[in-house]
Design a protein around this ligand. Structure first.
Ligand code: DX5
Ligand code: ZN
Length: 243
């Protein structure tokens, strides 16, 4: 199937007009009605779907594999699938996720001995390559790959489970990535994942994140559409209130 292409936007200073997007994480959806829940989150303003892939080795949990992505792709032919691989040996599975309909594929720096090779493999499969860092990994570990990634995903929880508490050290990393992007004239986007909700979204947007992953805050309670809408509104208003 043809891949949906979105070009990375040129960076703009924090606080001015920015392309803030909400990526609902289906990890917290009701898997028995996955497509319906995902559609509700998209109707609420989500523009991509964040798909958490866990193998029980890199992280202490198991979630979904390529068949689920392929089924979801049939139900949602046009939306961008942002596949976050929390797995060991990602090179062995990247082609299967691309074939299943992934658009963006992110791999953990901590899981990739040959990170540059893995990012090029993702690109060769027709997907946008991205790199993820865990809370204990410094942003400096990414210096050599910032020119080839579509986005950098900063984990603001230790990966493995939804509904965890936001780790505030992520804010400093997001800020550092935004400054580096500006200083080096690069175009990568900055995504944040874990504990993003109405209580933390203003800080993450002000720090410089433009792709906001949210699972529990969107699917965890109440009306999915309304939750997504409120979160996105709060994120967008954070760009207007301060630099
Ligand atoms: C954690 C996952 C996250 C998770 C975020 O390992 O990568 O995407 O679903 O969930 P919340 O928003 O509930 O913290
Ligand atoms: Zn994730």
């Amino acid at each position: 199937m043809p891949k949906t292409r979105t070009l990375a936007r040129a960076p703009s200073p924090k606080g001015t007009s920015r392309n803030i997007e909400l990526a609902p994480s289906i990890l917290s959806a009701d898997f028995a009605q996955l497509a319906a829940d995902a559609k509700a989150a998209l109707e609420g303003g989500g523009t991509l779907l964040h798909v958490d892939v866990m193998d029980g080795h890199f992280v202490p949990n198991i979630t979904i594999g390529p068949p689920v992505v392929a089924s979801l792709r049939k139900a949602l032919p046009d939306v961008i699938f942002d596949c976050h691989l929390m797995i060991e040996r990602p090179d062995e599975f990247i082609p299967a996720f691309a074939e299943a309909g992934a658009n963006w594929i992110s791999v953990h720096q901590e899981a990739c001995v040959h990170l540059d090779r893995t990012l090029h493999l993702i690109e060769s499969q027709g997907c946008r390559p991205a790199v993820v860092i865990n809370p204990a990994t410094p942003v400096e570990m990414l210096d050599e790959v910032l020119e080839i990634v579509h986005h950098v995903l900063v984990m603001s929880v230790n990966p493995g489970f939804g509904g965890q508490r936001f780790i505030r050290g992520a804010l400093r990393k997001i800020d550092a990535l935004a400054r580096t992007r500006q200083a080096r004239g690069l175009r990568y986007r900055i995504e944040v994942d874990g504990g993003v909700g109405l209580d933390t979204v203003t800080d993450v947007v002000r720090a410089g994140a433009d792709l906001l992953v949210a699972g529990n805050a969107v699917f965890g309670h109440g009306d999915i559409r309304e939750n997504a809408k409120r979160l996105l509104q709060a994120a967008r208003s954070a760009t207007l209130t301060r630099t």
